[in-house]
Every structure is written in structure tokens, then in C-alpha cells.
Design a protein around this ligand. Structure first.
Ligand SMILES: O=P(O)(O)OC[C@H]1O[C@](O)(CO)[C@@H](O)[C@@H]1O
Length: 382
């Protein structure tokens, strides 16, 4: 595939990406300041970050965090340029890295290592909506095998609707349906048991559904081992970190019903080495997966299947560009080193792999960004 579709940038007033910076980020920073009693210095650094990213030029990092050099390499191309000229994927990712520095996450002091988004993730995990979703897992043991296959995929796909960055300015309009693929397509990718990698997205209910999927992969023999990849540091508000995996697991095992059994099996799987949690630095990189480092490529290459969850992973998988929606998915991901499955609710303008009839039926509305539609897409290496 020639990479010639235009890259999405944040400078076009009124565009989706522009609104993320000009509407969603101010609301999120307010939420961050309400959730933790940060003092005047942190609050003023956050205000500066907002001002810089909405009206100014890109400044370099001035912290001494362990990931400083890596980020310097990822950002040198854009330092000094106007934020409005920068690619959306790059800009949004760098915004979150700068936000962590602004709240003192990397410096000695009271806020060192304190996840600014933890209160939101915890509230989401304990919310009535998540509690109801987790209760629904009680029906799983009574389902026929194919119904159970479909149910765990459905939960993993629609679990991605619960994304806290996204909820800040979008009234999610319910689950309208899949624009591509489904459970059968997903399971047809699993021909022989082997290691399965799941690249997670959000914590709370989505991560609980992902753990249920991991449990199902292992108990049905589709996977002989699962690697769960999460973010090394807090990111995009609700993205799961290793601490969140533990928090969600502890929550699950304390609940009544099937989720407790799932949680216990996952707990045992971690202890026995059947499940591994990794947090490679590249999962917080402002780059797409074409640029993945060799060590990560080598990890994915022997996977029976790699499952990528969520909107951001999808943007990074196919490239954050205004692709024609009918661009074939397998062409877009032909570089990926293992069979790959994307499970995602649509929350940004990027989409590929749709057929002409679907595109015509969806028309011009806001289906790409409203969070009402989802997809399951799969491909094998070229
Ligand atoms: O949690 P997800 O599914 O990756 O969604 C995150 C999405 O939310 C946004 O941050 C804002 O909508 C998108 O830019 C991003 O792709």
C-alpha cells in the first residue's frame, strides 16, 4: 500500500482532532485537578500545558525522567513547530507525556508515581454500569460453546466504549452495531493453539472483559500462553497500566459470581506463568506500529494471534491518516509480523476495511467518531 493518504493533524478548527485539544483536554485537566489536591505549582504547569498545546509551539521536555531520552528522540522532529501543524497521533501522545511531567509524576516529591487518572479509573471500575456488565458474565457458564465464543468477543469489543478520555465530551450514543466483521471472523483466525498476545487499551470494565477473553482463550485451548501488554505509565486517561491489572483482578476476585471465578483463574495463570503482563515503552510511543522496535517485532512474530484493543491501537495499527474507508484492512496491516485482530469501537476518523455498501449506508453522519459503531477486523501476514 502506498502511504499517501493525508496524515491527520490538529490544526483545522472544528475538526475532531482540534476539538480533542480545544474542548476535551481542558475538561480533562479540570477533572484531574478536582480528583487530586495538586498545589498551585502543578495547577499552573497544567494551565501552561493547555495554553502551549492550543496556541503555541512545541517545547522540549525539561524533566529528568527515565524515559526522557527516548521521548527526546520521538519528539525532536517537531520541537519548535506550532502544535497546530503536528500530527494528531503524535501530538495527543506527547500531550499525555507532558501532562505526567506537569503533575510531578517523575520528580521526587509527593506526587512521584501518583497516577493522576487513578481516581477516574477506580470510579469507573466501581460504577453501576461496570457492575452490571460484570454481573452479566454470570450467564456465561450456561451458554452453548458458540454462544460463549460470541459473548466474550462482544464484551471485549463493546467494553471499549467505556473510555474516559472519550466520555468527557461525547454523549456515547449506544451500541448501533458492527461496521465490519464479527465473532466468527475473530475465531477463524485461531487455527492452532500457540501464544496469543493481547494489547490492552482501557482499564476498568474493558480490562475486565479482556481478562475474560484471556481466560476463554486458555480454557478453550485456543491459546497455550497469553501475553497481556499494557502501558508502562498512565496514558490517555483510562489506559491500563500494570497497577491497573492488579487493581481490576483484585476487584474481580472479591465480587460474587462468574467474574470471581474468571479473576481467580487469571490470578492462577499469572502465578503459573501461563499469563504474562508486559509494559514495553513502545506502547506509550507517539508512533504507529510500523515503527515498532525490533525486540517488540520479535515478540509478536511467533504469536498465533495478536489482538489489538481499542481506538488508539487501531490508529497506530493502520496509520493515523484519512484513509478511504474501503482501503483493504489486510493491505493496511501487511507489515504486521503475526496474524492480527483489531477489536475497536470507532472513536476517531480513521477507518479501513469497509465495503462499499456499508460506507453508502453509513453516509455522512458522525459514525466514525461518536462511539456508536464498532468493528472486528482480522488479517494474516502477507
Ligand atoms: O481508549 P481508546 O479506544 O484507544 O480511545 C482513545 C481515543 O480517544 C481519543 O483520545 C479522543 O477521542 C482518541 O483520540 C483516541 O483514539
Amino acid at each position: 500500500m502506498g502511504i499517501d493518504a493525508p496524515v491527520i493533524t490538529i490544526g483545522e478548527p472544528g475538526s475532531f482532532a482540534w476539538k480533542v485539544f480545544h474542548e476535551r483536554h481542558p475538561a480533562m485537566i479540570e477533572q484531574v485537578c478536582a480528583a487530586t489536591p495538586y498545589g498551585a505549582e502543578v495547577r499552573s504547569r497544567l494551565a501552561e500545558l493547555l495554553c502551549e498545546t492550543t496556541t503555541g509551539a512545541v517545547s522540549p521536555l525539561d524533566d529528568e525522567a527515565p524515559d526522557h531520552d527516548r521521548w527526546t528522540a520521538w519528539t525532536s522532529e517537531w520541537v519548535g513547530e506550532r502544535w497546530a501543524e503536528t500530527p494528531f497521533l503524535w501530538a495527543e501522545s506527547y500531550f499525555f507525556r507532558k501532562l505526567l511531567a506537569a503533575v510531578g509524576y517523575f520528580e521526587p516529591g509527593p506526587w512521584c508515581g501518583v497516577d493522576p487518572f487513578a481516581p477516574m479509573k477506580s470510579a469507573e471500575l466501581r460504577s453501576d454500569a461496570t457492575t452490571a456488565t460484570l454481573k452479566a458474565f454470570d450467564a456465561l457458564p450456561g451458554l452453548a460453546p458458540d454462544e460463549r465464543d460470541a459473548a466474550v468477543v462482544r464484551a471485549a469489543v463493546w467494553g471499549n466504549q467505556a473510555d474516559l478520555a472519550f466520555q468527557l465530551s461525547t454523549g456515547i450514543s449506544g451500541a448501533a452495531g458492527l461496521v465490519s466483521g464479527g465473532s466468527q471472523e475473530f475465531w477463524s483466525l485461531f487455527d492452532a493453539a500457540g501464544p496469543v498476545h493481547l494489547v490492552a487499551d482501557n482499564s476498568a470494565g474493558e480490562l475486565a472483559a479482556d481478562l475474560a477473553l484471556i481466560d476463554h482463550l486458555l480454557t478453550t485451548g485456543r491459546a497455550d500462553r497469553v501475553v497481556l501488554h499494557v502501558k508502562p505509565t498512565p496514558y490517555y486517561v483510562s489506559d491500563a497500566t500494570p497497577a491497573d491489572v492488579l487493581g481490576v483482578l483484585r476487584h474481580l476476585v472479591e465480587l460474587p459470581g462468574e467474574v470471581s471465578a474468571i479473576g481467580q483463574r487469571v490470578w492462577d495463570g499469572l502465578r503459573d506463568g501461563l499469563i504474562e503482563v508486559r509494559a514495553h515503552p513502545f506502547f506509550c510511543a507517539p508512533l504507529d506500529y510500523r515503527a515498532m522496535p525490533d525486540d517488540l517485532r520479535e515478540e509478536f512474530a511467533p504469536a498465533a494471534v495478536t489482538i489489538l484493543k481499542g481506538d488508539l491501537n487501531y490508529r497506530r495499527l493502520v496509520g493515523d491518516r484519512f484513509w478511504p474507508a474501503t482501503t483493504p484492512f489486510d493491505t493496511a496491516v501487511s507489515y504486521f509480523p503475526s496474524p492480527v485482530a483489531a477489536l475497536r469501537v470507532l472513536k476517531s476518523e480513521v477507518v479501513v476495511g469497509l465495503d462499499d455498501a456499508t460506507v453508502a449506508e453509513l453516509g455522512e453522519g458522525n459514525w466514525r467518531t461518536s462511539g456508536s459503531h464498532a468493528l472486528v477486523q482480522t488479517a494474516r501476514p502477507a
